[in-house]
Design a protein around this ligand. Structure first.
Ligand code: IMP
Length: 427
């Protein structure tokens, strides 16, 4: 086979998730032959508005709304119930789901005991504020080599033995630590064998499929979930998700080597939000924070939780740009800032009389820092009809140009409303 220069792009979050990646992926998926999810699972919630109709996708790549081939790769943890519900829901709304969706046989399955354990762990002290979708316990079993992979579903003897052993182990843990359970292993086997049959047409080894697409010069789009500051290695540990939720997750999560990743689009809101526990230095616990939440509709797509809101954290997003090798930025929800007298941008942190320009690794220290801000004059114009950068209010342009200089990455896309067409493209 003749190899062509890869035409790969990845879209990753440059904050703590919920940056509006769904809309950017949707826009880019129009031109993508293949769209690949490489990490996370049903904890993600990607909202896409098409002709005023809202779609919220959790597991299936947003590319399903286009003609792209969609791949749920090996790095994803799959809740089969959720996947089937999502397929039914999409089909019910007239979206074709068939040969255009492929699930990796190496992906790990989120089992009922993972969801139970996630919920039980979150009911006590030391909670992370997870989405309670079983993500952490499933990845923990994967690393402990106690997981169930999609391929295992089709090996009945092995599957039954594994589920029995795991259910016995988890029942003991649930009882001892939380007084919860027990779950019935044989019922789980029966139920999941049924789901296995329903998902069978979608299952394949996705590693050669994605690599072949890359090598043939097909346009392959990697769709990140969550955000870089929630990455298990580089985020605000332990208040993170359990996967590499940035471009670092692509090679391990798909089998596509790092040398083949070309364009890296970092997505950030023009301000910042976070859900769940954990430090958030630029958080606004005041009327401005409440205003951002209401105007920005900042409620979780997966859990409905109100999001914590604050100013753009340049330190966090610059760090994200470094680890992702970001080649361009997409800034979303700029319209939400209209009407504010002044807008702040976090340029550093103060800790014990010193100024820091990097996040301290120790999350306890990060929780103590005071943000250092640069303040910009706000604008009052409605941005929702602006389609050219030059037509943005001067003060909005000044803000974005500062952001570009601070992150050392060009802003090529600016979203000014939820609909597909409300976007400013810059070359
Ligand atoms: P988990 O991924 O459900 O284990 O949750 C771990 C942390 O990641 C929590 O703070 C969640 O709120 C956060 N999180 C997980 N998925 C998302 C997402 O899609 N957007 C924003 N935050 C998320």
């Amino acid at each position: 086979m003749k190899r062509t220069e890869p035409k790969t792009t990845c879209v990753v979050g440059a904050q703590w998730g919920d940056e509006g990646k769904g809309k950017i992926v949707d826009l880019m998926a129009k031109e993508a032959d293949v769209v690949v999810r490489f990490q996370g699972g049903g904890n993600a919630g990607h909202t896409v508005v098409v002709n005023g109709e809202k779609f919220v996708l959790h597991l299936i790549p947003s590319g399903i709304l286009h003609k792209s081939r969609c791949i749920i790769a090996n790095g994803v943890v799959v809740d089969l119930i959720q996947m089937l519900e999502e397929i039914d829901h999409l089909r019910g709304r007239g979206v074709a789901v068939g040969k255009n969706l492929i699930l990796s046989d190496r992906a790990h399955v989120v089992m009922p005991y993972h969801k139970f354990l996630d919920k039980l762990a979150e009911s006590g002290s030391g909670k992370i504020g997870t989405t309670q979708r079983g993500i952490g316990p499933c990845y923990a079993d994967k690393a402990a080599r106690k997981g169930v992979r999609v391929a295992d579903l089709y090996n009945p003897g092995f599957f039954r033995a594994r589920v029995r052993a795991m259910t016995e182990e988890k029942n003991a843990i649930m009882k001892a630590l939380y007084g919860g359970g027990p779950l019935d292993a044989d019922r789980i086997v029966e139920e999941y064998s049924g789901y296995a049959e329903r998902i069978r047409p979608f299952v394949a080894d996705t590693v050669p499929i994605v690599n072949e697409a890359v090598d043939r010069g097909k346009r392959v789009l990697f769709e990140g979930a969550q955000g870089s500051m929630l990455d298990i290695d580089f985020g605000t540990y332990p208040y993170v998700t359990s996967s590499n939720s940035d471009a670092c997750g692509i090679p391990a999560g798909t089998g596509v080597p790092p040398s083949k990743i070309r364009r890296v689009v970092g997505v950030a809101k023009a301000y910042c939000t976070r859900v769940g526990e954990g430090p958030f230095p630029t958080e606004l616990l005041n009327a401005t924070g409440d205003r951002l939440r209401e105007v920005g509709g900042e409620y979780g797509a997966t859990t409905g939780r109100p999001r914590r809101c604050g100013w753009f954290d340049g330190v966090a997003s610059r760090y994200a740009a470094m680890i992702n090798g970001t080649t361009e930025m997409a800034i979303t929800k700029l319209d939400v800032l209209s009407g504010l007298d002044e807008i702040r941008f976090g340029v550093g942190y103060r800790l014990d009389g010193k100024t820091l320009d990097l996040l301290p690794t120790d999350t306890n220290l990060l929780a103590k820092v005071e943000p250092v801000y640069r303040t910009f004059k706000g604008w009052s114009e409605d941005l929702s009809k602006v389609i050219r950068f030059a037509d943005l209010p001067g003060r909005a342009r000044i803000y974005l140009q500062f952001l570009e200089r601070f992150l050392k990455v060009k802003v090529t896309m600016i979203s000014v409303g939820a609909d597909r067409e409300k976007i400013i493209l810059r070359t």
